[in-house]
Design a protein around this ligand. Structure first.
Ligand SMILES: *[C@@H]1O[C@H](CO)[C@@H](O)[C@H](O)[C@H]1NC(C)=O
Ligand SMILES: *[C@@H]1O[C@H](CO)[C@@H](O)[C@H](O)[C@H]1NC(C)=O
Ligand SMILES: [Zn+2]
Length: 461
């Protein structure tokens, strides 16, 4: 698919080599806002497993490394590593096709004639799901009917012009706002300003996505990649403790218990031993769209490392005239899970998007299409929507690397402390001097928060 580009006008302070603001139309703002619709696992995938968010990358890599025997089936692994987005079809219409590889415009059905002549046809978004009628893999590609979009942009109102600051605050363009940004940046002399027009394509969009997660000077770093911009904002975990539960109301009966092993000397968490419920809970974060994840942290997201939260806050505070509709705004602020992605014991509840009817032309016109549940294609018990079904215990290291429990390997790797400490640790395990932690809202948001921090953090008990 050929990828078109978008011209964006940058206003640059050439003296201090920084971006004052950019001026862009709706097509560019749509691309930026579409970041919020991406499931966290898709972000890692798009950025080649190097999102810059170490814990998130580790979590993803843990799924890559996990043996199939621990998973409910092959499709579950695919769902975690390649989570579908409910906004995929909208995003297929973005001017920059940065997402196209991730969400190709097709789905899969069974190729058996006996199944194709039925009035109801099963389909799936991956080619790893067995057919609901005959049980063969559904691997016959069908093109998605092109989504007919109504006039006027994808998420934002296409008659509105926008400006955007270096740290991704987006607003409706006005002379007064431009002036106030100049003032904020203490620019008095217009002669240091210069205009630069930059073509944005797929590569540039991905670059922006990555920087938005880890930097506070996204546009400046984009324009002056060689200039050494001060690493802004100490994204250390110092204010982790301030995290307060957001709008999410965790449910008491879904309490999860994990066992932490501590370094006695400094009380740091070495690792946690957990069962499948916790693993499912953790892995299902990969299926959470970014906007909803930020929404859960919304009480105080300003301490996150990058500035993606500014994009979120802008979407929240901009006037409704700036959006195509409130439904479009909701797709950014509270994007839903894709169908069949919900893990029912997840403490942070996120709803699944609704199934949409398909109308397919050609040989299979006039049929009813039913999405096959990839987690239980043969109608078996779906274990509360679990991805992992295993009686094994798992270890989680401090930086969210998850592995099936092996005492030897957890003793030898991951744990970065002197041997003497290890020995002492072993002893304390024998004496079961571990700490049992019942996790509640605060800790859960703390774990979610870790996913967005660049540094290794410690889950404080
Ligand atoms: C959010 O965090 C920032 C930085 O730590 C702090 O200054 C601010 O007071 C916090 N806001 C709320 C509402 O907790
Ligand atoms: C889009 O913006 C125009 C001009 O600001 C406004 O008249 C129109 O109502 C907006 N459309 C929507 C759907 O808000
Ligand atoms: Zn079949």
């Amino acid at each position: 698919m050929s990828s078109s580009s978008i011209k964006v006008r940058f206003l640059i302070d050439k003296e201090r080599k920084r971006v004052v603001f950019v001026e862009a139309g709706s097509a560019f703002v749509d691309v930026l806002f579409s970041f919020l619709t991406l499931p966290l696992g898709s972000i890692v995938r798009l950025l080649n497993k190097q999102s810059g968010l170490v814990s998130l990358d580790n979590l993803y890599e843990s799924v890559v490394q996990l043996d199939a025997e621990h998973l409910q089936n092959d499709a579950c692994k695919e769902m975690l590593l390649h989570p579908w987005s409910v906004a995929a079809r909208q995003c297929g219409n973005l001017k920059i096709k940065y997402i196209y590889e991730l969400y190709p415009v097709l789905f899969y059905i069974c190729r058996e004639n006996n199944c194709l002549i039925q009035s109801t046809i099963y389909y799936a978004y991956t080619s790893t799901v067995p057919c609901g009628s005959c049980g063969n893999l559904m691997d016959f590609e069908v093109d998605w009917p092109k989504k007919i979009l109504d006039e006027g942009g994808i998420f934002v109102n296409d008659t509105v012009d926008f400006i955007m600051t270096d740290d991704l605050r987006v607003m409706q363009s006005s002379f007064a706002k431009g002036l106030s940004i100049l003032k904020e940046m203490q620019i008095q002399d217009a002669s240091i300003l210069e205009e630069r027009v930059i073509d944005f394509g797929t590569k540039e969009a991905l670059d922006l996505l990555k920087r938005s997660l880890i930097s506070k000077n996204v546009l400046t770093e984009f324009c002056f990649p060689d200039a050494c911009v001060e690493a802004s904002g100490d994204s250390s975990s110092s204010n982790k403790d301030e995290i307060v539960a957001g709008e999410a109301e965790p449910e008491a009966e879904n309490e999860i218990i994990l066992e932490l092993f501590l370094n006695k000397r400094n009380n740091e968490v070495l690792c946690a031993e957990v069962g499948e419920d916790f693993i499912n809970f953790l892995f299902s974060f990969l299926t959470f769209p970014l906007g909803s994840a930020l929404g859960f942290l919304s009480v105080n997201i300003s301490h996150l490392g990058g500035c993606i939260h500014n994009l979120y806050s802008s979407a929240k505070s901009m006037s409704s005239d700036c959006f195509k509709s409130e439904i479009c705004r909701d797709m950014l602020l509270t994007p839903k899970l894709s169908t069949f992605y919900e893990y029912k014991k997840q403490i942070l509840k996120l709803k699944e998007g609704l199934l949409k009817e398909f109308i397919v032309s050609g040989k299979i016109t006039g049929k009813t299409f039913i999405e096959q549940n990839p987690k239980s294609p043969k109608g078996e018990k779906d274990n509360d929507g679990a991805f992992v079904t295993s009686s094994k215990r798992f270890m989680i290291s401090d930086n969210l690397r998850v592995t099936p429990l092996s005492l030897i390997s957890s003793m030898c790797s991951e744990i970065d402390i002197p041997i003497s400490e290890l020995v002492r640790k072993e002893v304390s395990m024998d004496k079961t001097k571990s700490v049992q932690l019942k996790i509640a809202a605060g800790e859960i948001l703390g774990i979610m928060d870790m996913l967005f921090s660049m540094n290794f953090c410690t889950m404080k008990q």
